[in-house]
Ligand binder design. Structure first.
Ligand code: ADP
Ligand code: MG
Length: 407
């Protein structure tokens, strides 16, 4: 595995580092505020490590989903400023990615300096499906540096110019953020300590089929809640009222229930559910009530697992040595429907072993519910990337480094 040390002495070298600085922004009255700078904070250690080693650090990153052309709504400028504050040093900002501003900014760097280039997705080459278009952009990027460090875990499952193609063109290494994530994911897939419990929730079962498929082969227990659970309850023959239901996945869920039985995997579904007659919004005070999972009224929407189920889930987690949790148990954004998610999150903090939280909304739930982040073994910075890894898919941004063509 090629880590930063494999790049040798970095003093005076121009090092391009791909970070994940894709933070949520709020625009109001002409000012932009970063509502959660977690990803910038997570990117600081590698950038600092490179600068401390005397490299001229050039940060590549994206923000949002601009359409392959400059769009002021998605400028990285405020992000670069915040990075400077966190690093405690001046950070130069280039107003383009491979244009004049970038060349001048890079040329002006001294050893140990840091620059951020404008949003890589302002160039259509970043996300192009066609290899030639991506390659051309990657070659331009590669001219700005002497080495490449991949540290944006949230994007390693993307075959994009600043993630994948660039690593074919420069001596390339994995940053510590990415290698930590990969180590944890390995521990979840290769000889996990048992009992191994997987908790899945979130909105749609169709997003998570691949993970369920793969983890049914590996886990001892599978606990299911969140919006996806109603498709499982329907597969069990229950009525689910107006709850989230993916009709076209009912058969698949039935097959999973069968498979779990055959493999001796304990598959736990909630026995009670918190319901309301409307989806929570600002318009009306929530009116939660608890019903048995087998008796959801026709006009009810299931919005959380009930208290009995929350206790049963916590109990099922109590002897676990390895836990992977993805997806909130309910609509945790509304306090009345947050108890199931809170119970699972708190149970994870008590695990004697490795507890991993994957998924953007699950990580956000931990933070908004005020649960100590340090009490978890690991909170992944990349939801999509960790799910794809656990599905058994190859992550292009990792594979390209492991092939280590320049090493
Ligand atoms: P993650 O980002 O952790 O992978 P998802 O994106 O799959 O999680 O799902 C998160 C969303 O699922 C949350 O916004 C939450 O409100 C929603 N959700 C959870 N339970 C339900 C439910 N019973 N009905 C509808 N939506 C739900
Ligand atoms: Mg999500």
């Amino acid at each position: 595995m090629s880590d930063i040390a494999s790049l040798g002495d970095l003093r005076g070298k121009r090092v391009l580092v791909r970070s994940d600085l894709n933070v949520p922004l709020e625009q109001s009255g002409g000012t932009t505020t970063i509502t959660d700078d977690g990803r910038i904070r997570a990117s600081v250690p590698t950038i600092r490590q490179l600068a401390d080693a005397g490299a001229r650090v050039i940060v590549l990153a994206h923000l949002g989903r601009p359409k392959g052309a400059p769009d002021p709504a998605y400028t990285l400028e405020p992000v670069a400023r915040r990075l400077g504050e966190l690093l405690g040093k001046d950070v130069a900002f280039a107003t383009d990615t491979v244009g004049e501003s970038a060349s001048e900014t890079v040329a002006g760097l001294q050893d140990g300096d840091v620059a951020v280039l404008e949003n890589v997705r302002f160039n259509e080459g970043e996300t192009a499906k066609e290899d030639e278009i991506r390659s051309a952009f990657a070659s331009q990027l590669a001219q700005l540096g002497d080495a490449f460090v991949s540290d944006g875990f949230g994007v390693v499952h993307r075959k994009q110019a600043s993630v994948y193609d660039i690593a074919l063109r420069l001596p390339a290494a994995m940053g510590d953020l990415v290698s930590t994530e990969v180590d944890v994911l390995r521990r979840l897939t290769e000889e996990p300590q048992r009992p191994y419990v997987v908790v899945l929730g979130g909105s749609k079962v169709s997003d998570k089929l691949g993970v369920i498929d793969n983890l049914l082969q590996k886990a001892d227990k599978l606990l299911i809640g969140g919006g996806m659970v109603f498709t499982f309850l329907a597969a069990q023959g229950y009525e689910v009222g107006k709850s989230l239901l993916e009709e076209d996945q009912v058969e698949t869920c039935r097959a999973y229930l069968e498979q779990a039985k055959e493999r001796g995997v304990e598959l736990l579904l909630p026995t009670d559910v918190v319901v309301d007659t409307v989806f929570p919004s600002g318009d009306r005070e929530p009116q939660p009530s608890v019903v048995p999972a087998s008796e959801i009224p026709a006009d009810a929407i299931g919005l959380d697992i009930g208290p009995d189920s929350a206790a049963a889930f916590a109990d099922a987690l109590s002897d676990a040595r390895t836990v992977f949790w993805n997806g909130p148990m309910g609509v945790f954004e509304t306090e009345e429907f947050a108890a199931g998610t809170r119970a699972v999150a708190e149970a994870l903090t008590q695990v004697d072993g490795l507890s991993v939280v994957g998924g953007g909304d699950s990580a956000a739930a931990v933070r908004t519910l005020g649960i100590d982040e340090d009490a978890f073994g690991h909170i992944s910075t990349g939801g999509g990337a960790s799910l794809e890894y656990l599905e058994g898919k190859e992550l292009p941004g990792i594979a390209v480094l492991e092939r280590n063509i320049h090493g």
